[in-house]
Design a protein around this ligand. Structure first.
Ligand code: ATP
Ligand code: MG
Length: 356
């Protein structure tokens, strides 16, 4: 059997650049080399593209940016190229690609931009298409779609900065009357809890709005749900499958960037330990419902709250390119559901090729 050429794209112009490099290291180390040739395409934080030909141990902390191992390169939008254009000193080289696996998180990677490029180039890729990626990245569009699909979620409001600054008091008073304190304030497009705060009073709310507007021109406000935080991994194209459900056991007040990646103070329970088997089934079916409503393909991790008092399942958010390190929730959920990490990577590539 001929080996397929796969490009793993990592890094990116995103607040989650560092996480992407760690995810990519795990992905590249675990792709089945009997079936696939792997090319590593790195994007720096300021947007330069390079083919990286060194050891994957150099990926974390941007140690891969070493002139001995990198050559300017990019995915050409020209569908005749169907691959990577490498600008070698000796001349231009084209590497034909069968598929791209974007291991990018957040802006400029999870938001439909890379997906659009692959679509122009006619190269199959792992994960959701440009439209679905963009919808899932933007919390206002996600929430709007979930409302239309009849999926239960926290009450919410969204506002654009230029509207907000016309009369902040009027907007906030109406929002507080509708949502009640505490209120979660989030940039519509960010990820990894960057720019998110929990406001307990009007002064805190104003501050939270200012913090969120630093990340995006659109901000989403949400009613606080006092619940267990659970996540479900979905895999597939037309007939998506849901994994078992995992639970986040936070040490801090909420699952923020620090808790997630720095202090390591967050525990995971797989399967979720604070909710019943019946709730687990409800979460799994809601996860598939959300996935289909947003037109997802390949993979997504769908996150929920199970309200402590009522047991109701509330949709929180969906991540189309979830963290993929060996300790990340998405691959761990599939491992617990009988799909080991390498096999999962293979399934994702096959799903990409089948969709094309
Ligand atoms: N409406 C809410 N009620 C209660 N807690 C919330 C609410 N919204 C967010 N949180 C808390 O804040 C955290 C971050 O919010 P959210 O998941 O929406 O942001 P994110 O930055 O997109 O996260 P991710 O890194 O998963 O992409 C959640 O994991 C949860 O702990
Ligand atoms: Mg989240």
């Amino acid at each position: 059997m001929d080996k397929k050429n796969i490009a793993v794209i990592f890094g990116g112009v995103s607040s989650e650049h560092a996480v992407s490099c760690v995810s990519a290291q795990s992905v590249i180390d675990n792709i089945n080399r009997d079936k696939y040739n792997v090319y590593m395409l790195g994007i720096t934080v300021d947007g330069k593209w390079y083919l990286f030909e060194g050891d994957t141990a150099l990926l974390p902390k941007d140690c891969w940016l070493d002139t001995r191992f990198i050559t300017p390169a990019f995915i050409s939008p020209d569908s005749a190229a169907h691959g990577i254009t490498v600008l070698r000193e000796s001349g231009c080289e084209i590497i034909y690609l069968d598929a791209v696996h974007p291991v990018l998180h957040g802006k400029n990677g999870e938001d439909g931009t890379i997906q659009g490029l692959c679509q122009l180039a006619g190269i199959p890729f792992v994960g959701c298409d440009h439209l679905s990626s963009a919808m899932c990245m933007d919390k206002a569009f996600t929430n709007m779609t979930a409302d239309i699909a009849g999926i239960r979620q926290a009450k919410w409001r969204a506002v654009l900065e230029y509207e907000y600054i016309k009369n902040p008091e009027a907007f906030l008073e109406e929002a507080v009357a509708y949502l009640d304190f505490p209120i979660f304030v989030k940039p519509a497009n960010a990820g990894s809890s960057v720019g998110i705060s929990k406001a307990k009073d009007m002064a805190g709310l104003k501050e939270a709005m200012a913090i969120a507007f630093k990340e995006d021109k659109k901000v989403v406000l949400e009613q606080f749900i006092d619940g267990f935080e659970v996540e479900c991994a979905v895999l597939g194209n037309d007939e998506p499958q849901a994994s078992t459900v995992g639970e986040i056991l936070p040490a801090k007040e909420f699952y923020d960037y620090e808790a997630k990646y720095i202090s390591g103070s967050t525990g995971l329970a797989i399967p979720a330990k604070n909710i019943s088997a019946e709730k687990i089934e409800q979460v799994r079916s809601a996860a598939v419902q959300v996935y289909k409503a947003l037109g997802c393909a390949g993979l997504s991790r769908v996150d929920f709250f199970v309200e402590k008092q009522s047991g109701e399942v509330y949709f929180n958010e969906i991540n189309t390119l979830p963290g993929f390190t060996s300790i990340s929730m998405y691959p761990k959920l599939w491992e617990a559901s009988g799909v080991p990490y390498s096999e999962l990577l293979d399934k994702l590539i096959v799903l990409a090729l089948n969709r094309a």
